[in-house]
Design a binder for this molecule. Sequence first.
Ligand SMILES: [Fe+2]
Length: 458
Amino acid sequence: MVGAFDTSGYNQERKTDPYIYQVGFGNTFASQAIPGVLPEGQNNPQNCKYDLYAEQLNGTPFTVPRASNQRTWLYRILPSVAHGGMVDTKQNPLLISDFSPLNPNVHINPHQVAWKSFKASASEKLDFIYGLRTIGGNGSAVSKDGMAFHVYAVNQSMEKTAFANVDGDLLFVPEEGRLDIQTELGSLMIGPGEIAVVQAGIKFKVAVPDGASQGAVYEVYGTHFTLPDLGPLGANGLANVRDFEHPVAGFDVEPSKWKVVYKIGGKLFETKRDHSPFDVVGWHGNYVPYKYDLSKFIIVQSANIDHLDPSVFCILVAKSKFPNINLMEFCALQQHYVTTRNTFRLPYYHRNASSEYIAFIRGGPGGYTGYTGLVPHGPPVKAWEAAVKEELDSTIANEGALITVMEPYQMLLLTDYAVSCTEYQLPPVSTWAYQPNFLKRIPEVNADLKAAGRPMIQ
Ligand SMILES: [Fe+2]
């Protein structure tokens, strides 16, 4: 590859990441692997430098307001249309993109659900495209409204194959093993503790330098991830804009047979090419993949009593078509100091409007668990008993742990695979053994009621 292995730059100290990045969020970036390759003062000159082809990739319809308009101009060896036509290809039957309640292959779920980490069997070679397994989702990719929760279990790098997900943006959350993601706009390396977003339509290839790798992928249809507003927090905090890292241009000169697999409405198609699709010599725009190191998150929490809602751990949101309501929010719980007094320090018992699906990246039981919105949950009995007697010193919560939480507002319907993969399913937590301690204290309550001149409990 030309351009992307320059060792000077923002993150040169990182041993596990050979790439350099441009930082910010929502910026219009410009990057060129050969100096001067970007046209001056225009996007589409009659002749591009070195006879490259100019191509625009839109992330939003042309006329959306400027603040949310996203597009990138690519200057490449061959245009994306240089292919032999779109044809059917091998399908991944575990990929689901239609979560209509009328679809008999997806299921409403009232229970707490939990799965162990998903693994690729050593006897089966699975690359990223065929290692994806959809767990649940809502809405539909075809109508560009909704989202999907996938896991991946991969033990093979993609070879001479690129993937373009037309259906939505993908948020990668590795649990084990690094992902080396080569995109048309340059390369990103992420491992457990980092995340990356590759937007709809951008071609990419996933290599697994550590061998067997697994994690989660959250896909949003018809919208893009953005940062939550900060309100009274001010201009800084949570995920800071300068910590989002975008690739620099890098291109392969590789005139050989390649395949590009497209996911369109959940179905896979392929095109053939006579040159690597990673042939973009320069680009400029604001529709650009990015990565983020979760350890850079600025944690905000109560410093005196109670604790704040888990939205304070929010890293990215994807806006829905309902005004002021997010399609999903992506949060990460990590170690932080706790100094509160007179406070039940575990999560309060709750019934939240949004559903929640948790991935235990580090610490905790591993794997995944989830609850449907407004279905009650909270700490188990033993944890409650310990928490109400706990001596409240200043301490560190979630020490060494990294737990990501994906909260969709619309109900997640689970796929056939999610409800039938018995080798991965874990039993629900038993929640029936709570004691109604109040009843033992009725004499004391009645004494207080009597003193207040109120009727007593009979
Ligand atoms: Fe919860």
